[in-house]
Ligand binder design. Structure first.
Ligand code: AMP
Length: 248
């Protein structure tokens, strides 16, 4: 079985996001970029499945400009066998991303398409679900535990009410939640080895994907600055302050 893992390049989760001075987007110049944390977890799980002897190959893929190859190389250094870069003019939104992933699935025939539950830049939480619908295969999203056996995946899911366990027939789409695992650290020799692993680039038109109608962002602005807090002396004062603000 092959596992296809989607890795999105995003602003590192430790970076304080800044809006560009002209309000046209989020500043990425000189900003540390990383693999979307949920995708790193998805890749870690795929590698563990392979290490248990339940998969033969882990393929990482990413869509975007040439710079997404940095994150693909990191994925190869973590242990993926090969990488596919689908070159697009700019960032792609979920439906286009799902259409592209479907084309890669048709080509590679993986048993699992493993995605993050959401990308921390747009927080859409849509691509995995859309992909399952387009592929017409089951989905197990928000996975916090995955067991594979006899062509099935048993997945513990994090849902609003707590945890739920479902069984899906493979091939299927899985998406990772935060508690699924702790991704491994990349060691220097692995980074060197990753340079020799295959990384193919495919153009969007070669795949024959029609870009979906996309949402247009008109302008960005940072949230208003938070005012300072106020210490109160007593419960009585707290209640009257809240009343003054119309909160009680
Ligand atoms: P979203 O629906 O945008 O929150 O993204 C959910 C997941 O889809 C991400 O965690 C990735 O695994 C995958 N994904 C979305 N966009 C891309 C992209 N441009 N490149 C690679 N993977 C992507």
């Amino acid at each position: 079985m092959k596992i296809l893992v989607a890795l999105k390049r995003v602003v590192d989760y430790n970076v304080r996001v800044r809006v560009k001075s002209d309000g046209s987007g989020v500043e990425t110049d000189g900003v540390k970029m990383s693999i979307n944390p949920f995708d790193e977890i998805a890749l870690e799980e795929a590698l563990r499945i392979k290490e248990r002897g339940q998969a033969e190959e882990v393929i990482v893929c990413s869509m975007g400009g040439a710079d997404v190859q940095q994150q693909l190389r990191t994925g190869l250094a973590m242990g993926a066998d090969r990488a596919i870069h689908v070159e697009t003019a700019g960032a792609v939104q979920p439906l286009t991303a799902a259409r592209i992933l479907l084309k890669l699935i048709e080509k590679e025939q993986p048993g699992i398409a493993f995605l993050g539950k959401q990308a921390i830049d747009d927080d859409c939480n849509q691509t995995g679900q859309m992909l399952a619908a387009l592929w017409d295969r089951p989905q197990a999203t928000f996975a916090s535990k995955v067991d594979i056996s006899e062509g099935k995946a048993t997945v513990k899911r994090e849902v609003d009410a707590g945890l739920e366990t479902i069984e899906v027939d493979l091939p299927a789409v899985l998406t990772s939640d935060l508690r699924l695992n702790e991704p491994r650290f990349v060691k220097l020799p692995d980074i060197m080895k990753a340079k020799r692993k295959p990384l193919d680039t495919i153009g969007l038109n070669e795949l024959g994907v029609e870009a979906a109608a996309e949402l247009e962002s008109i302008s960005f602005e940072p949230p208003p600055k938070r005012g300072g807090g106020k210490m109160v002396e007593s419960v009585g004062q707290l209640v009257s302050e809240l009343k003054n603000k119309g909160l009680l």
